[in-house]
Design a protein. Structure first.
Length: 337
């Protein structure tokens, strides 16, 4: 008996599904000519493209009830907040008490009301970070934002670094390590993942994990290296070797080059030749990019010295010369002026 009821119920469900699919099919086809129905959002109608039949009218408008004619008016009338972001410890979902000390009509608050709002702001700030993990995350994300701005990284790299740090916190990788070191390592990894790599020599000065000496980072640089390797291992990050071509635009823009497009194109030819000759294996990508720019500058008559290129790329002149000689051997068919 129970089996018969179950079979009957399954048959009823199948018939219901068939009816629903038939209704969905009918809604996309015109009842008169079988043409395609198209929704006109401005008129709130569904019209056949072939015969013009109005299949449905007075559709519900799910947009706002107000109209705006420019971006400023749209921002003023909008009643929703900013989109969620991984660069805030609460993802931007908490509320903030304004600091203007004015009411909704713009009238200044009285002295007693200002004192009251000051106390409310203080307690609101305290409740937003109720435990040590929130405070840790807030400090780390602030550091990532500061370093990303100093390095000129795109917003995508900054968001990726925030996601990586959250993963580190969820898997308890932060314990026993400095917040600044892990935040720096996450940003370095995120920059590589987003194809906007920065060298460690560029990352060290903007991080708070370094010594007072400008040129001697000491054991603190090793802390960033260790943190990066630890994150990559524990999170299973698959980092591809950095392509020297990703450095060309930035280095060329920082140098006094007149024919930027031509120099970049020739530098890419040198790098392609180096890759085919397999001389790029085991070599620093910044050294390869620097020597390619130096060789391309000679080809196009640009007055670029090895010292200028070495200063911009944070490598030594010896490295530029050695990589340049290897590239010229691999690409002998390009005439040098």
């Amino acid at each position: 008996m129970e089996q018969n009821q179950v079979a009957h119920q399954e048959q009823s469900d199948e018939e219901t599904n068939d009816e629903t699919e038939t209704e969905e099919t009918e809604q996309t086809e015109c009842e008169e000519c079988g043409g395609t129905l198209r929704e006109n959002e401005q008129q709130g109608e569904i019209v056949c493209e072939d015969c013009g039949l109005v299949a449905e009218d007075e559709a519900i408008d799910h947009g706002p009830e107000w109209r705006a004619f420019d971006a400023g008016e749209r921002d003023e009338k909008s009643r929703v907040g900013a989109p969620t972001t991984n660069m805030m410890h609460d993802k931007g979902l908490s509320t903030n008490i304004g600091w203007q000390d004015k009411d909704a009509n713009g009238t200044p608050l009285s002295s007693s009301q200002r004192k009251k709002m000051h106390r409310l702001r203080k307690w609101d700030e305290r409740f937003r970070t109720q435990n040590s993990q929130d405070r840790n995350l807030k400090q780390a994300l602030s550091e990532i934002t500061r370093m990303a701005s100093a390095l000129g990284l795109i917003d995508q790299a900054e968001e990726t670094a925030g996601v990586l740090y959250r993963r580190c916190q969820e898997e308890d990788l932060i314990r026993g390590r400095s917040i600044e070191g892990m935040a720096t390592a996450c940003l370095y990894a995120a920059a590589r993942q987003c194809n906007t790599p920065r060298t460690l020599e560029e990352v060290y000065p903007v991080s708070r994990v370094y010594n007072d000496s400008k040129d001697d980072y000491g054991d603190n640089s090793n802390e960033i290296d260790r943190s990066y390797r630890y994150i990559a291992k524990e999170l299973g990050l698959k980092m591809q070797p950095v392509d020297p071509r990703q450095y060309l635009n930035r280095f060329i823009n920082e140098l006094s080059v007149d024919q930027k497009q031509a120099v970049r194109a020739t530098a890419e030819e040198f790098l392609d030749a180096a890759e085919k000759a397999n001389i790029h294996s085991g070599k620093s990508p910044t050294g390869l990019a620097a020597s390619a720019i130096y060789a391309a500058g000679l080809v196009h008559g640009e007055a670029l010295t090895q010292r200028e290129i070495a200063d911009v790329t944070d490598i030594t002149e010896v490295t530029v010369r050695n990589r340049y000689q290897e590239m010229m051997e691999a690409h002998e068919d390009i005439p040098v002026e």
